[in-house]
Design a protein around this ligand. Structure first.
Ligand SMILES: Cc1cc2nc3c(=O)[nH]c(=O)nc-3n(C[C@H](O)[C@H](O)[C@H](O)COP(=O)(O)OP(=O)(O)OC[C@H]3O[C@@H](n4cnc5c(N)ncnc54)[C@H](O)[C@@H]3O)c2cc1C
Length: 467
């Protein structure tokens, strides 16, 4: 049967052709680069479009994971894409460990109850508290699975395509290659406004279009022999003053021979002898400059190791101190702020603005970390802005320039000063809840987010909240 070998050859060619289609490095014509222009003309790719979601959320930090769970609880089919290997963003991939402005109703309080059920909180203030990052990872996995959210980790949003004004399709990159996804409504919760920028939204970062901007910081998990012996250096330990413990901790690091890049280093209690340290600043780095973020990440890790070794050499209560973990993602305070249908401003903070479509009322002061070792004494400043609790309206979570796109978390529409206040995670969670509820409603009622009233959003939220 001669045909068999022929069949095999045909099948081989067919397989080779399809492999070429999905793995560009095998694609014929790869020689399309033109050294003269210094560009590389990639072969056209046609990834299949998956259209099985009502709401697609990009970025699974405090805002994104909350938005996805809320939208799913509101009955929407939800896909959630996250660049790293864990849900939680700054809470987990950046090892934050400290929650602020967390006294908001709804999902904030549900998270607190779950953390307590896992004995995962140490500092237990109403608005400020510490938690165990590993417990947070497990909790968010569980809540997403329970809500039926389709999660894809290690997946980065890399392109976005509009149909006229409306965002229609995004493309992600992961080990599965480039994949295309479409949905009626999208939420950018990437923290850095990646999706909005890719879709053509106007945006700002830093004081305007670049640095001066807030520094990045790498947090660290430390294991000590006896945390009770370190009471004078631990944040909010009984009988201590917050500023004094930071100064005392700084003095110890300097006694060890190192001047920390962050002038107000802080030690947070996570669980018994497990502590979290914030003692690093990386200045003047834009969130979307991968080369410089890489340099900052390596520089920060080197500094953390240097500080821990210096403390260990001091002996006494520092004897045996270990650097247990550093995060895979350096902490990013500043990213793109996407232009929305309302811009939260410094004036709103000073006046304590009120809005009928208010989704959250931040109370956290303006917190601008130093631009360099000399600015603000290398610590932080409120830039002299006396804020009153103010409202963030739903309109600041809806893109002005692109339809079908919402934002939540630190990439919403606001100016530099307002961002420095509302960016903390208690507000990010509340914004995520609002965006999730309105996105689900819009998709299910075949409307655009800006066509949904906040009153409808509030009614939907009530159904998604767990007592
Ligand atoms: C060092 C530091 C200290 C801070 N201290 C506090 C504090 O003590 N308490 C507090 O409450 N807040 C604090 N903040 C502020 C707060 O943590 C942030 O503002 C928080 O990031 C807001 O949450 P988010 O969900 O908007 O963003 P993020 O937490 O940054 O989440 C964004 C998520 O999107 C993912 N992502 C990014 N790009 C893509 C892409 N293209 N495709 C797919 N996924 C993507 C990221 O991996 C991440 O998981 C601090 C921030 C920093 C950096």
């Amino acid at each position: 049967m001669r045909t068999a070998p022929l069949l095999h050859r045909r099948r081989f060619l067919a397989t080779a052709a399809s492999a070429a289609a999905t793995a560009p490095f095998l694609a014929p014509g790869a020689a399309a680069s033109s050294p003269a222009s210094g560009t590389f003309a990639e072969p056209v790719l046609r990834p299949p479009v998956v259209a099985d979601a009502d709401v697609i959320v990009c970025g699974a930090g405090p805002a994104g994971v909350t938005a996805a769970i809320t939208a799913a609880r509101a009955g929407a089919r939800v896909r959630l894409f996250e660049a790293h290997g864990a849900l939680g963003g700054v809470w987990t991939s950046s090892l934050l460990g400290y929650l602020l402005d967390f006294d908001k109703p709804g999902f904030n309080q549900e998270l607190v109850r779950h953390l307590d059920a896992r004995e995962a909180r140490t500092l237990k203030g109403a608005a400020a508290m510490t938690y165990e990052p590993e417990e947070m990872k497990g909790l968010l996995d569980e809540l997403c699975l329970q809500a039926g959210v389709k999660v894809q980790l290690h997946t980065r949003v890399a392109a976005a395509y509009r149909d006229a004004r409306r965002l229609a399709t995004i493309v992600t990159e992961s080990k599965s290659g480039r994949q295309a996804w479409s949905a009626p409504v999208f939420i950018d919760a990437t923290g850095d406004g990646d999706l909005g920028a890719l879709a053509g939204c106007e945006w700002e970062t830093g004081e305007a279009k670049g640095c001066p901007c807030q520094p990045m910081s790498m947090c660290a998990l430390l294991v000590v022999r006896d945390h009770t012996a370190l009471k004078d250096f631990i944040h909010r330990a009984k009988g201590t003053n917050v500023e004094d413990t930071k100064r005392a901790f700084r003095a110890e690091i300097m006694r060890g021979g190192v001047t920390p890049s962050y002038a107000m280093p802080t030690l947070f209690p996570i669980r018994e002898n497990l502590l979290l340290a914030m003692m690093n600043h990386e200045y003047g780095i834009l969130a979307f400059d991968a080369a410089r973020v890489t340099e900052a990440t390596m520089r920060a890790r080197a500094e953390l190791l240097q500080i821990v070794r210096a403390l260990r050499r001091l002996g006494g209560p520092w004897e045996g101190i270990q650097l247990a973990a550093t995060p895979e993602q350096i902490g990013i305070r500043d990213g793109r702020r996407l232009r929305g249908r309302y811009v939260v401003s410094r004036e709103d903070l000073v006046a304590g603005a009120r809005h009928a479509d208010a989704v959250v009322r931040p109370t956290f002061p303006v917190d601008i970390h130093a631009y360099d070792k000399n600015h603000a004494g290398g610590g932080y400043t409120s830039s002299g802005v006396k804020m009153k609790p103010y409202d963030i309206p739903l309109r600041a979570l809806i893109a002005r320039d692109v339809d079908g796109l919402m934002m939540a978390g630190r990439c919403i529409s606001g100016d530099y000063i307002a961002h420095a206040s509302y960016r903390v995670t208690g507000n990010a969670v509340a914004m995520g809840e609002a965006a999730g509820a309105v996105a689900a409603l819009a998709a299910q009622s075949k409307r655009l987010p800006h066509e949904v009233t906040w009153a409808e959003g509030v009614a939907t939220l009530a159904k998604t909240r767990r007592a």
